[in-house]
Design a protein around this ligand. Structure first.
Ligand SMILES: [Fe+2]
Length: 294
């Protein structure tokens, strides 16, 4: 069966048909998926009732996996899933919904702000693949913003201003927006800021995009309030409705997005209902900017 991709978003996302993610991909299928990602930046696969092993095999066929180690507040001993997954569910290792005041849960609510996965790492993520195993009765959409369209729509003066700027990203910045500021010394050290270019160029299509994220809390060489108000305006610009695709989940959906070309955010849902979403992540090719001297 040939692979088809049909655009569903206002300007980018596409639904893919003709692939069974339970089976190994041929090299032609791998190339078609990468080509679709280069073009659409968000691909939606429906009716994929995959196991963890099948999700890992599909992810590995596209590149190297990024492990989730030290990026959340939940100790590895309490993890429900191995480090090859980012567990973005609301479930503990006994598959029970987290208490409302659970500290790692509150930290994880940062996912409801616009962000790009792992922009707080020196080598940030390339693709994320999110598989819906169980979903709440309402809410819980994931929204995606096309950062290429956001860049293209900037006026010339702003395009000149963002050129060459380097931002500082940390989970401490994104969590502090929500009033989560109570970090230990060890956590502050672990989450210390990394540098990322504000404008990225896609290695294949050469399209430029704004590399924004709620983790960005400063611009190198700028006073903090000026940097944050500038970044806030850019996020507001880049997340206008005409640049956004909202995905309403069904069980069995797998959505894959390119973190280099998009931002995303999770939308609220009833806190007492299980939402089992499992993410695998592909590593990026390298740093986007030179890091500060240690
Ligand atoms: Fe995310």
């Amino acid at each position: 069966m040939p692979i088809t991709m049909r655009q569903v978003g206002p300007c980018f996302a596409a639904e893919v048909e003709g692939l069974d993610l339970r089976k190994p991909l041929t090299s032609e299928e791998v190339a078609a998926v990468h080509d679709g990602m280069d073009r659409h930046a968000v691909l939606v696969f429906h009716d994929q009732r995959i196991t963890d092993e099948e999700q890992l095999a599909f992810t590995r066929s596209l590149g190297d996996i990024e492990h989730s180690i030290g990026t959340s507040l939940r100790p590895l001993t309490d993890a429900r899933l191995p480090t090859t997954f980012a567990d973005v569910s609301n479930l503990d290792k006994d598959h029970k919904v987290f208490a409302r005041d659970d500290r790692p849960r509150l930290f994880g609510l940062g996912n409801r702000l616009w962000h790009s996965d792992s922009s707080f790492k020196v080598v940030p993520a390339k693709y994320s693949l999110l598989s819906a195993r169980s979903i709440p009765s309402k809410g819980g959409n994931t929204e995606y913003a096309d950062m290429r369209a956001g860049y293209d729509a900037l006026d010339d003066e702003t395009k000149a201003e963002v050129e060459g700027l380097v931002c500082e990203h940390s989970q401490i910045f994104s969590r502090s927006i929500l009033g989560f500021t109570d970090f230990s010394d060890e956590e502050r050290e672990r989450f210390k800021p990394v540098r990322q270019c504000l404008v990225r160029t896609h290695p294949v299509t050469k399209r430029r995009s704004l590399y924004l994220s709620s983790h960005a809390g400063g611009i190198v060489g700028w006073p903090v309030p000026e940097a944050r108000s500038f970044l806030r305006d850019l996020v507001e610009h880049a997340t206008q409705r005409q640049f956004v695709y909202a995905h309403k989940w069904s069980v069995g959906d797998l959505v894959m997005w390119d973190n280099r070309q998009t931002m995303h955010r999770a939308r609220p849902f009833p806190a007492n209902e299980p939402r089992d979403m499992r993410r695998t992540t592909l590593m990026g090719d390298g740093p986007t900017a030179e890091q500060a001297a240690a």
